[in-house]
Design a protein around this ligand. Structure first.
Ligand code: 8YV
Length: 304
């Protein structure tokens, strides 16, 4: 296991409880260890990352680093490394899972069956949206956005439009078009978010963006909760201005907008994007490789 390898190579203090560290535990770790392995639940702000702490490197177990104030970390002399590449397929799989769940009303269907309320097949029960031939709009055509687009196109016969801050030279997907965000919003039957979180993309999908979308469209978010204005999303869904949403991430995880879970047309998962055995092992090994390089005096391969 990654834990065994870490313990072999380092004087490792492991968290055996499978729970997030408290702020004071995190502070202690930063003050007492040379390297601290972090996750999305660790708020590493300027107050935490004061110059003078012992830690020299933050090894983030995940690709998204919007929970880390990178400028503050660098100012305090810390290197930050993450785990790009190894969680691409698992996260795109959860994206497709949510797309299909929301399109085909799978959460509503399962709730009906589990509640013992299913009275048998009828011609009009839980009619969903067809996926084949529809257009997927990708926001953020990086590794995960591209993997989602490939699945949607080659696996499910969908057309692809996408928005990306820099020009994407080649997607390898026939007919895929790079467009301004406004046009992607207007054309997408399914809008799937794959951009980074953090201040730059906070509420990128706000009430105005949602208003540009088709009322028959669905929103899929496996990126970061803060990219979507959750209150605006709830309002749009309640008003019938959006058909559905599939969400793996939330603005204030693990707390949800109070009305979200009561909406039938949403599918909700507890941040499962990278949660496969293979992926989590590869993520751990990537952190170890980066630590090894750093402590050998080399530039770590995934320096942020
Ligand atoms: C991680 C993720 O498991 O990599 C990311 O950005 O969101 C997840 O796959 C999680 O962030 C733990 O740090």
């Amino acid at each position: 296991t990654v834990e065994a390898i870490l313990s072999e190579r380092y004087d490792a203090v492991l968290n055996p409880d499978d729970r997030p560290l408290s702020a004071s535990e995190l502070r202690t770790a930063l003050e007492e260890a040379d390297a601290v392995l972090t996750t999305v639940t660790d708020r590493l702000d300027a107050d935490m990352l004061k110059p003078g702490i012992r830690a020299q490197i933050l090894g983030n177990f995940g690709v998204g680093i919007s929970h880390i104030d990178l400028a503050a970390a660098q100012a305090a002399g810390l290197a930050v490394v993450n785990t790009p590449g190894v969680l691409t397929d698992a996260t795109a799989d959860i994206g497709m899972t949510l797309l299909l769940m929301t399109a085909r009303r799978a959460s509503e269907g399962e709730a009906l069956v589990r509640a013992g309320k299913w009275t048998g097949w009828t011609p009009t029960q839980l009619i969903g949206s067809h996926v084949t031939g529809k257009t997927i709009g990708i926001v953020g055509m990086g590794r995960i956005g591209m993997a989602m687009a490939r699945r949607a196109h080659y696996g499910f016969g969908m057309d692809v439009v996408f928005h990306n801050r820099s020009k994407v030279a080649e997607t390898g997907i026939p007919g895929a078009r790079q467009l301004p965000l406004e046009e992607v919003l207007a054309e997408a039957d399914f809008l799937s978010l794959h951009c980074p979180g953090g201040a730059e993309n906070r509420h990128l999908i706000d009430a105005a963006a949602l208003a540009r979308m088709k009322p028959t469209a669905h929103l899929i978010n496996t990126a970061r909760g803060e990219v979507v204005d959750e209150a605006a999303l709830v309002a749009a869904l309640k008003a019938g201005k959006l058909a559905g949403a599939g969400l793996d991430v939330f603005e204030a995880e693990p707390t949800l907008h109070p009305e979200l879970a009561g909406l039938p047309m949403v599918s909700l998962l507890p941040h499962l994007g990278s949660a496969t055995d293979e992926t989590r092992h590869a993520m751990g090994m990537k952190v170890v490789d980066n630590l090894d390089a750093f402590f050998a005096g080399k530039t770590p391969p995934d320096l942020c």
